[in-house]
Structure formats: C-alpha cells, structure tokens
Write a protein that binds this ligand. Structure first.
Ligand code: AMP
Ligand code: FE
Ligand code: FE
Ligand code: ZN
Length: 273
C-alpha cells in the first residue's frame, strides 16, 4: 500500500534535518508522499520537491501556523498552498521578526531566573530557519540547565510557564482564511493538544477543511474519536509524525503512515476551495 506522512519539520524551522535529508529519510521508510510543514516557513519546500523528484517521493507543500483562540494555542496546518505568492512571503518575514523578538524576550525572562543564554548563539543555532522555543529548550539542555528538552518546557518555556512569552498570533479564523486565500486546505494539527474539542465546531464553521487524526501515540480509539468528529463536521482526515529530525527524543518519521487515498481526498478538497 502507498503511504504518506503529512507533518514533517526541517531545519528551516525547529527540525534538524535538511529538506534533502528529510526526503531521503522518507524514501528509506518506504513513504510515497510527505508534506513539509515548517513553522511559519516555506523555504524547505522547493529543495524538498527537487530531492523528491530524484528519490521518487511526492512532496506536498505545507506550513504549520500557530493561532490564538482566547487562552488556547491552536496549530493549523496549511496544505497544497500557493507558497510562493509575494504577499505571503511578506507575511512570513513579519512572522520571523516576531519570533526573533519573542525569543529575546524569553531570554530576558530566563536571565531573571539566573539563566544566562547568549542571544547570538541562540540565533545561530536556529539558522537557516525561524527561531522557536525548541531552539531555546535545546540550548538549555546543551548548557546543562535542564536534564531533558521536556524539563525545559515543563519548568521554563512551556505555555504559561514563568519564562514563556506569547507571540503575537492571528486568530484561528484569520489563519484559516489566510490558508484558503493561498488555495490551500486548513487542517487542525494534533487536536489533543488544545484540550478543548468543543472548539472544533466553530473552526469548521470558519472554513477548517480537515483534522490530523493520525499522530504518534494516538491509539486507535483516539483516532476513531477524532475521525467521528471529522465526519460530523464534514472534514477530511490527515495524519503525520510531526518529525523534528533529532530535535525530539527520537526520530518520528515512519511512526505514522496514512493511506495515500487520504492524500487524494485532501487534493479533492483543495480543488473544491
Ligand atoms: P513555538 O512555535 O516557538 O511556540 O514552539 C512550539 C514548538 O515547540 C512545537 O512545535 C514543538 O516543536 C515544541 N514544543 C512545544 N511544547 C513542547 C513540549 N512540551 N515538549 C517538546 N517540545 C515542545
Ligand atoms: Fe515544532
Ligand atoms: Fe504543532
Ligand atoms: Zn509540527
């Protein structure tokens, strides 16, 4: 059976793989298709498509945007987007600047907790992509302030932890609209992480097109549960590993393989607008 993994990060956001390495890893795992979904970044798409052409892996253009819904942080995946439109490029430049300023604000907060991290080194560790909390977590770990990446989030930079700084974000509705203006399908990423499934109905009314129902560690009953919600609101099903290369405790690629049929359904949805 042909399979796909529709949630992969590269070193253009907080993953560690180059786009080429990500595609090679996909080929090694027998995947027929992957989607590159960097946070607020699209630079990996072109090189990944090129590598995919030589490895026989189809690469779907994607992005992962964070949105805000009251106190909730919502991650929205945008698939099959027209990623090279100039207005979108300008928006991404703006988001990258927001990320840099916010990372510096988090370093200031860490300083108040007696933790001194070099801002230049942090920015360098994020090259060539956009800086995020995982880069800060990795630096806290590398410099011995925490015993694990998880501890960095639990103690310092997780949502609502003492050194966490919110980044300015669009609302979920605005984010969905932006993805649809790019000709793409907006899909709710790792729905469990919101902690309030009642919000999904509103997102569907706002034009959400799908839910990521296959995700590492989702048992069959979790996937079935979110699939039923998707069916109720006429949303397509997607899934992916959320692989960050070596950026997470283990390489997640290969842990989620969805039937290629779901990619076809996603494409149909994109064509319907
Ligand atoms: P940011 O976009 O800068 O707010 O960072 C969010 C990213 O940090 C997520 O996409 C994950 O890669 C990572 N992240 C968030 N929470 C955790 C956590 N508890 N453990 C490990 N990584 C996390
Ligand atoms: Fe991430
Ligand atoms: Fe996410
Ligand atoms: Zn992700």
């Amino acid at each position: 059976m042909r399979t796909a993994d529709l949630h992969i990060h590269t070193h253009f956001s907080d993953g560690t793989f180059t786009p080429e390495r990500a595609v090679k890893e996909a080929a090694k795992n027998g995947l027929a298709c992957i989607a590159i979904t960097d946070h607020d970044e699209v630079s990996a798409i072109k090189p990944a498509i090129k590598e995919g052409a030589s490895c026989g892996v189809e690469v779907i253009p994607g992005i992962e945007l964070s949105a805000e819904e009251g106190d909730y942080e919502i991650h929205i995946l945008g698939y099959l987007i027209d990623w090279s439109l100039p207005w979108f490029g300008e928006k991404l430049i703006e988001l990258a600047q927001v990320r840099r300023n916010r990372a510096l604000a988090m370093l200031e907060k860490l300083k108040n907790h007696g933790i001194l991290l070099d801002p230049d080194e942090l920015m360098k560790s994020a090259e060539p992509g956009s800086v995020g909390r995982l880069h800060i977590a990795r630096m806290l770990y590398d410099e011995g302030f925490v015993f694990s990446i998880q501890e960095a989030f639990n103690k310092y930079i997780g949502n609502n932890c003492p050194c966490y700084v919110k980044k300015f974000q669009l609302t979920t509705k605005q984010t969905i609209e932006m993805i649809r203006n790019l000709g793409g399908v907006a899909v709710l990423a790792h729905p469990h992480s919101i902690g309030n499934d009642d919000l999904i109905e509103e997102f569907a009314k706002d034009g959400l097109g799908g839910i990521e129902v296959f995700y590492p560690e989702y048992t069959k009953s979790v996937s079935d549960y979110y699939s039923a919600i998707a069916e109720k609101f006429k949303l397509v099903l997607t899934g992916g590993s959320d692989c960050h290369g070596l950026g997470k405790a283990r390489i997640l690629m290969g842990e989620v393989k969805i039937p290629y049929k779901l990619v076809e359904v996603l494409k149909e949805r994109a064509n319907k607008g």
